[in-house]
Design a protein around this ligand. Structure first.
Ligand code: HEM
Length: 486
């Protein structure tokens, strides 16, 4: 790309000849390295050179809003990835689509059926799954707890997207989605950008030494087709039965029948993204909150008090959530401290631009480094401490403290389409679980690692915990639930 007569690129950490910053950018927790570079260079906007492939890193909320939100007309594209979209075959997902008509059509479809004002559709499905989960927790071994919650978020996604029921244990869709997400998580970010920059790398034979990126991507390729087709076909069959339930698929099909214009691909792509983008992210965020509760029994005590005084001897409904500020703050603080997608999802620009005197080239990937924004001392004093009270003032959520969800769910026109659904699922799960249970270590001597698995997601290192029914009131609520659900 010719840069003659253009302003300078944003500050770049010192690099090496040819490879630039490639060997300096750590494959694990690169978001922390971006912060270190910002501190050294005195700039919250950085340029990183990975062997010629450029990246722009936004390390502050202000810069992310300035570019991705206020200038969203030119910062709403996604870099099409040879590895993820082409070789692994996920380019059809709404979240991976380039900014254009096909993306717009799918985003509109999502909005039409699952926007905030359609809460009557998604809240009922969330409530049902959360309450079924309570019964699983009391019936099954403590060792199954994480699997139980994975089935809960999978169940919410499958029922919203397809109206299909899932098994409470060993459901093939959930196992399948977990496999996909684990495989996606091991794709290294640097590989994605490098293979984009040198697309001929996709022709390197998979057996070739150093072509691990291709082997991993091809393994995913076999999943991606099934991911789109399998559940959609099952949903169509199920819709012909007496059990048929409302879902995005059923409503979109009804709409198309009424208008006489069919675009089944659009339904498949939009339904698939609910599982792909919504299930594992919500599950991971929830297990990070459970882990925070496990190591902060004092905060659990405060939440128990709040829940007992608001709910007494009944289960929470959605209308109760606004009266549970401490519970909400405990979830917000967990999202802040352990954000699930620490370096967000990259956007791409569709035009050359200049920001604060720096040149931002057309087509470059822009990384909103949520981790940097959520750990800065100015907005969040003692940023490494888990402290829900930072969000509370006079017994309510303090509107003056920057809400971490504004960063954790992304920015601008590509902001998470399901943030309101994730929020509803997280708060309802947290309120229900905390009302009924004490979350404790399985064994007093267990060491709980606060670290995450290596990868693009911040997934906690698996931990063990026990959910102990809190008291007689909780026992009787659970007994009533058994009778009402079955
Ligand atoms: C705690 C759970 C979740 C987190 C942390 C999360 C986070 C994100 C982030 C960071 C993005 C990228 C935004 C950007 O490009 O700036 C995103 C995109 C997206 N999310 Fe979520 N998400 C969650 C749950 C969900 C759920 C439950 C759904 C669906 C019901 C969903 C649907 C989507 C979709 C469709 C996109 C793609 C938007 C687009 O490219 O236009 N997400 N999410």
């Amino acid at each position: 790309m010719s840069r003659r007569g253009k302003p300078p690129l944003p500050p770049q950490p010192p690099g090496r000849p040819v490879v630039g910053n490639l060997l300096d950018m750590p494959p694990v927790r690169p978001w922390e390295w971006f912060v270190k570079c910002s501190q050294e260079l005195g700039s919250d906007v950085l340029y990183i050179n990975l062997a010629g492939a450029g990246l722009i890193i936004l390390n502050s909320y202000e810069a992310a809003i300035d570019l991705l939100d206020k200038r969203s007309g030119i910062y709403s594209d996604r870099s099409q990835s040879v590895l993820v979209d082409d070789l692994a075959g996920f380019g059809y997902l709404l979240s991976r689509r380039e900014y254009g008509d096909a993306w717009r059509e799918r985003r509109r479809m999502f909005h039409e059926h699952l926007r905030v004002s359609k809460s009557n559709i998604y809240e009922g499905k969330i409530l049902e799954q959360v309450r079924r989960t309570v019964l699983q927790i009391v019936r099954r071994s403590p060792d199954d707890v994480q699997d139980i919650f994975r089935h809960m978020t999978g169940g919410i996604a499958v029922s919203l997207a397809y109206g299909l029921p899932i098994q409470v244990k060993d459901d093939p869709s959930v196992t399948f989605s977990e496999g996909v997400n684990t495989a996606v998580n091991v794709i290294k970010p640097a590989e994605v950008f490098i293979v984009n920059h040198f697309p001929f790398l996709k022709y390197v034979p998979a057996w070739f030494p150093g072509a691990g990126f291709k082997r991993r991507a091809l393994k995913l390729g076999s999943f991606s087709f099934q991911f789109r087709e399998k559940l959609f076909a099952e949903a169509q069959d199920y819709l012909r039965t007496e059990h048929a339930a409302e879902s995005l698929t059923s409503r979109a099909l009804d709409g198309m029948r009424a208008s006489g214009t069919f675009n089944l691909d659009a339904i498949k792509d939009t339904a698939a993204v609910i599982f792909a983008a919504g299930s594992e992210t919500t599950y991971t965020t929830l297990t990070l909150w459970i882990r925070a509760m496990l190591v902060h029994p004092d905060i659990q005590g405060q939440l128990h008090q709040e829940l007992d005084s608001v709910l007494g001897d009944r289960l929470p409904e959605f209308s109760d959530l606004k009266n549970l500020p401490l519970l909400e703050a405990s979830v917000m603080e967990s999202i802040r401290l352990y954000t699930t997608l620490p370096s967000g999802v990259p956007h791409a620009s569709t035009k050359d631009d200049v920001y604060r005197g720096y040149f931002i080239p057309k087509g470059i990937a822009i990384i909103p480094n949520a981790w940097a924004m959520l750990h800065n001392e100015k907005d969040y004093p003692e940023p490494l401490t888990y402290k829900p009270s930072r969000f509370i003032k006079d017994g309510a959520i303090d509107e003056d403290v920057l809400d971490p969800r504004k960063m954790a769910f992304g920015f601008g026109r590509r902001i998470c389409a399901g943030a309101h659904i994730a929020n509803a699922a997280l708060l309802m799960s947290a309120a229900t679980v905390m009302l009924l249970f004490d979350i404790q270590k399985s064994n007093e001597d267990d060491e709980i690692s606060m670290d995450a698995e290596p990868g693009n997601f911040f997934r906690p290192i698996p931990y063990k915990c026990a959910f102990k029914v809190r008291n007689k009131v909780a026992e009787s609520i659970i007994e009533n639930l058994e009778n009402s659900l079955f």
